[in-house]
Design a protein around this ligand. Sequence first.
Ligand code: MV4
Length: 447
Amino acid sequence: MLRRILIANRGEIALRVLRTCKEMGIETVCVYSEQDRDAIYLRYADESICIGPGPAAQSYLDIPRIIAAAEIADVEAIHPGYGFLSENADFAEVCHSCGIAFIGPPPEAIAAVGDKARARELARQAEVPVLPGSEGVVRDVEQGLRIAREIGFPVMIKAAAGGGGRGMRVAHSELAFTNGFLAARSEAEAAFKDGSLYLEKYIEGARHIEIQVLADAHGGIVHLGERDCSLQRRHQKLIEEAPSPFVDEELRARMGAAAVRLARLAGYRNAGTAEFLVGPDRRFYFIEMNARIQVEHPVTEMVCGIDLVREQIRIAAGEPLGYTQSDVRLVGAAIECRINAEDPDQNFKPSPGRVSAYVPPGGRGVRLDSHVYAGYTIPPHYDSMVAKLIAYGADRAEAIAIMSRALGEFVIEGVRTTIPLHRRILATQEFRRGEVSTTFVEERFRR
Ligand code: MV4
């Protein structure tokens, strides 16, 4: 087993990874920016190293600084968390060449699924359904138009280096296509330094459902069921749940088998997530694969009783999974609300600052993943997510009841948060019936 791990991240996920390391008897090394000096998890770590100023480019995204810290602290492995360097194939490569295990997929697998056009081709080869679209990237507007006419409007123009909704455009007509294509290209070039684009038929009214997979270094691959992430606002997920109220045993088995086939063909290892769109007709289409632990992983942990970070560490250490698909049992229902320090009255503008009062919820069925404490100052430099509140119940109705109760208890003062928005969403009939579309929040909670 690994003896000492560096956690190359911050906030709740740094604490989340640290907790599992402690439970496994693994020593922890945290790195932090000058803006994160007061982070609570630094007090729990065996060693903490400041790696630079607040801006992530000079700290959490700076590969040489992180590798230097890892060598000084003499760690055997690096856990990248999510965001930052977690899906950077070059970083994974550098780790390995320095004799440090990267707790994630092999660099080749990160690169293969990180190119979304390539991932689409891999999916096709693995006989995983994809939407009608381009084969690989599109050269220019003319070629794009030809393909768009073939597949029929509306089409979606997506950045090969993108994902998570960035650099995407919907085109409903030929004229809109030309404009959208050029706009998406500039956006992708600016955001990812790669203007490569591909096309997909645009489907409306789909649910966003993702399958968690685990793959060891010995050919063992399992899926851990789905998470329903349909409740989003501007591509930011608000609420996730497992299992999906929309997915039955049969659909789960088919989507799970598809995700496993893709992982096998991609030479995938460690934890990963295959994202699908599922139409009202229950047909599913692969859209992209995420090569990291995801923000919403706790809902899967709750229903399958598996610590995903522990599995990531064991896999990176070369251990076999030790169980097969038939050993995986999903029990109960879990819901996660992402609590952001944002002001819903000011178009969700970030609301950093000092937390003057903090009363976390607790009790039966409640899990709170957060690094916040009373007196903590939320720095303005980073993502505004400050807590993940997870409720677990015997079924969805119980999970909703526990979540509503916990949201009622939760007090965060000094900054604006999305807690009141979550209370209102949980109170709607639509959410309670499990009938929310991806446009629900924008339509129903606009002001
Ligand atoms: C789509 C789509 C419709 N058709 N692709 C959003 C996140 C990114 N990973 C992919 N996304 C979408 N891709 C095709 N071909 C609609 C979305 C989408 C969406 C999906 C789920 C939940 C909310 C959404 C909001 C806007 C767009």
